[in-house]
Design a protein. Structure first.
Ligand code: ADP
Length: 599
């Protein structure tokens, strides 16, 4: 039984090793369930056997009371332990599922960014969802119940078989034959489960995507405004129909097998009882032995019947575990062998003949050459799709060039430890993330902070007055869904807050990717004026579709189809009268109209 990468055995070993790694005590308690569940029916059967023997031997009442008392006490203790263990197993499952989710979350944060954004990365993440992210219902958590159940069934069958063979050796032979017959049905059930799993994976991915879409308020807005709900429902219906077809086939096939299994177990149970009755009838075994074996038949049968469920479930869990391990083995972004930066400060960044492609077909960046020194302010402009964002992602070390090198202080960025390099970058992207926490935490992103510095940066971005007016000041929670006492800032205020976050970080490289998109022209002008001051000793990159921003930059890079087509200061490029100059003049006209309106 092999899946994509690991055998069932390897996956089960991996799961058990994780239990020991994350919760030794819980693992020990979970395994304790096995002997106790096997022992309880044996003790009950022994008690019945002993009582029958006492009755037949006409024992006195004191002996009766002693035997009954001792066995009842033992049973009471075992039952009590059994309940405690069951409770502990639920907690253990919860604990394990949290560990898987946290581990996967950490992986998301540390994996290669380019891979994370790619179809392959997203697909592999989606595929590990069922194993790691469904809490107590996740396969990572269910593995505990199923694996312990399987070991318990195997050991239980083994122990009871020995006890049976002691009473009636021929019985054990018969049991073995019926077990063999039943194992064929388990095998067939597994094959059906794998086939179903493979056919359903696409639809399941689709469902999880739909359900996430339905609970995403941002997407909801688009769905409603574009009346896309009926189209989505239609697409979902098609997917549900395909899913239902596979499930119907699965149910039909497994029903046939279940009937076959029920038949097997009925024949086996009848035969066992028949053997026992025959043996006691012919005097081969004592009545007390008959009672003893009779008491064990029920447990024995339920273990035999349960084994098929455990095996097919573990097989499915193994497939999910394989997907999880595949995701966990994806390339990391931060290689521990990465070099440190030769200097804590950043003195230069150089793109040496850098090209980049997402799909190995179209070059999104095409032989880019550019050197930037400390203190320089660079503006990157160009039409949509020119390659500006991709350039910034390469600069940040989130992507690696397809060919060429990005040098930081003369060192190839590819070999620099990303975690160290990221500390040197403060960036404001147009697609931002807010933490469901206070304004303060959203600026500092750290537990230890300098409050004076926080107020200083808020002053710099002209947001301090607004925040002082809020009832909870810096402690005001951001994000509509995180807290009932939240405040939602406007789009422009949010951009100012993100700018404050970048200033607070005070890193040697400052990247502002369309930071003025949501600002009105006056706020935008104020930001430009401060920008000049705030970027004095840094290397800064500014991308904006509004060319007014370029006046505050030392060097303008005009990009088109992944190439730098013009490069120079604002006045140099205006004098060249090329595409930049054209774009500037056209925008200048409309922009002036916008300014007049806002005054
Ligand atoms: P800009 O920021 O100038 O608008 P981008 O760098 O975002 O341009 O995109 C440049 C080109 O790369 C576009 O043609 C875009 O469709 C393509 N592109 C951007 N991101 C991806 C991606 N993750 N996968 C494939 N193609 C992409």
């Amino acid at each position: 039984m092999k899946n994509n990468t690991n055998s069932v055995y390897e996956n089960m070993k991996y799961i058990i090793c994780n239990w020991f790694k994350w919760d030794k005590k819980g693992t020990f308690i979970a395994f304790m369930k096995i002997p106790i569940t096997i022992l309880i029916p044996i003790i009950i059967s022994f008690m019945n056997k002993a009582l029958i023997e006492l009755i037949l031997n006409k024992a006195n009442i004191i002996t009766f009371i002693w035997v009954l008392g001792a066995v009842s006490l033992l049973l009471g203790v075992l039952n009590c332990i059994s309940h405690m263990i069951s409770e502990n197993i639920s907690a253990f499952q919860q604990n394990i599922s949290i560990h898987y989710a946290v581990e996967a979350f950490e992986k998301l944060l540390t994996m290669d960014y380019e891979l994370l954004e790619s179809y392959e990365g997203r697909m592999k993440f989606e595929r590990c969802h069922q194993f790691a992210f469904d809490g107590n219902q996740s396969d990572g958590a269910w593995a505990a119940v199923r694996l312990i159940g399987l070991i318990e069934s195997i050991l239980g069958i083994f122990t009871y078989a020995i006890l049976f063979s002691y009473v009636s050796p021929i019985l054990i032979l018969f049991i073995l034959i019926t077990c063999l017959l039943e194992s064929f049905t388990y095998h067939a059930a597994n094959k059906i489960a794998i086939k179903t799993e493979n056919e359903m994976v696409h639809d399941e991915m689709y469902f999880s995507y739909f359900f996430r879409l339905a609970t995403d308020f941002v997407a909801e807005k688009d769905i409603r405004l574009n009346s896309a709900a009926s189209w989505l429902e239609h697409t979902l219906d098609k997917s549900i129909a395909a899913y239902t077809k596979v499930m119907r086939w699965y149910t039909n096939e497994t029903t046939k097998l279940t009937v076959l299994q029920a038949l097997c177990s009925m024949i086996r149970d009848t035969a066992i009882f028949g053997f026992l009755i025959w043996d006691v009838w012919t005097g081969n075994i004592a009545v007390s032995d008959f009672v003893f074996c009779f008491g064990l038949v029920g447990g024995f049968s339920s273990w035999l019947n349960g084994i098929s469920g455990h095996i097919s479930s573990l097989h499915r869990i193994s497939l999910e575990c394989g997907k999880y391990r595949e995701f966990m083995s994806l390339k990391k972004a931060v290689e521990t062998s990465g070099n440190l930066l030769s200097d804590a400060d950043i003195n230069s960044i150089e793109f040496c003949d850098v090209s980049f492609t997402y799909d190995n077909k179209k070059m999104v960046l095409d032989h880019i050459n550019l050197k930037v020194q400390k203190g320089e302010r660079i503006s990157i402009v160009g039409e949509n799709g020119a390659g500006k964002t991709t350039f910034i992602k390469l600069l940040c070390g989130l992507y690696t060039p397809t060919s060429g090198k990005v040098l930081v202080n003369g060192q190839d960025l590819k070999y620099i430890d990303c975690s160290i390099y990221f500390k040197q970058i403060a960036a404001v992207f147009q697609d931002y993330t807010l933490l469901p926490s206070s304004i303060l935490k959203n600026i500092t992103l750290a537990e230890i902070y300098n409050k004076d510095k926080v107020w200083k940066v808020l002053e710099d971005v002209d947001l301090s007055k607004k925040i002082k007016k809020l009832r909870n000041g810096l402690k005001t929670k951001l994000g509509r869904q995180s807290d009932k006492d939240t405040s939602s800032l406007s789009g422009g205020e949010m951009q100012k807050l993100l700018f404050a976050r970048a200033l607070y970080k005070d890193a040697p490289i400052l990247i502002l990717d369309e930071p003025t998109a949501a600002l009105d022209p006056i706020a935008e002008e104020m930001l430009y004026l401060q920008y000049k001051d705030l970027t004095k000793d840094k290397i800064s990159f500014f991308t904006s579709h509004r060319l007014t921003s370029t006046r505050f930059c030392d060097k303008i890079i005009f990009m088109k189809n992944g190439k730098i087509t013009e490069c120079g200061s604002h006045s140099e490029l205006m004098a060249q009268a090329g595409e930049y100059s054209n774009m500037y003049k056209v925008q200048g006209f409309y922009y002036q109209q916008e300014v007049n309106h806002s005054l």
